[in-house]
Design a protein around this ligand. Structure first.
Ligand SMILES: Cc1cc2nc3c(=O)[nH]c(=O)nc-3n(C[C@H](O)[C@H](O)[C@H](O)COP(=O)(O)O)c2cc1C
Length: 213
């Protein structure tokens, strides 16, 4: 295949200035302000975030998951505990999250913990039945022989669960990412972007610092 030269793909960033004085002292509030902006700007799936994990072997792995709630305790997503990410999280609780909303990027680092089963139960049963069955029949990240086998498993389960409550699989549930670091990045002219970092101190205060672009 030919080499694709992308040197001329260049976006002009011209977002407003991001000053420490205009940032919330609490990074969760700053996140919320930017999240509301992303909704206002009709960013597609603003709650789609990249989750990076690293297992014992030191090989990082990244994929998109959907942010399902957030508050001052952290960021919640749902997945399969036996998936590749689930296994890496079992080996190493340290993870990173990344949001990209056009001229803005938010980086989050911290540790992840499993959510309680009650929350998983509530969320699981709030999903469309098709999604519940999908999660039930998919051993996420395992190798499967063919698409047909997956479809057959789905059809069989769909019939079996007709008019029944789909049980929450043991291997499916929520995770809470508890941040220790946030970085808010805003694209500016001449590549002189604004980067405001919040790092959690031993006394639980958030220290705000500007990083060089
Ligand atoms: C927009 C989008 C949203 C997704 N949301 C989730 C999610 O909330 N949970 C999840 O487990 N996988 C989600 N996925 C699929 C993951 O990206 C990934 O394929 C899957 O979790 C398996 O990853 P793993 O093999 O690294 O564990 C989503 C993918 C996309 C593109």
């Amino acid at each position: 295949m030919p080499q694709r030269d992308l040197n001329n793909m260049r976006e002009q960033y011209d977002a407003d200035i991001l000053l420490e004085a205009n940032c919330h002292t609490n990074p969760f509030q700053q996140f919320d302000a930017w999240f509301q902006d992303a909704i206002q700007q009709n960013i597609i799936e603003p709650n789609a975030m990249t989750l990076a994990t690293v297992g014992h072997d030191g090989q990082p792995s990244a994929r998109i998951v959907l942010l399902k709630s957030f508050d001052k305790n952290g960021f919640v997503f749902y997945s399969n505990y036996e998936s590749h990410k689930g296994k890496q999280i079992q080996e190493n609780e340290k993870v990173a999250l990344l949001f990209w909303w056009q001229q803005r990027q938010i980086r989050i680092e911290g540790a992840v913990q499993k959510l309680d089963r009650e929350s998983a139960m509530q969320y699981f049963h709030s999903r469309p039945i098709e999604s519940q069955i999908g999660a039930t029949v998919s051993l996420q990240s395992s190798i499967i022989e063919s698409r047909e086998i997956l479809d057959e498993k789905y059809d069989t389960a769909y019939k079996a669960y007709a008019n029944k409550v789909v049980p929450l699989p043991d291997y499916w549930g929520g995770y809470l990412v508890v941040p220790t670091l946030f970085e808010f990045w805003q694209g500016r002219m001449s590549r002189l972007h604004d980067r405001i970092q919040y790092s959690l101190q031993a006394n639980q205060d958030w220290k705000i610092e500007r990083l060089s672009p």
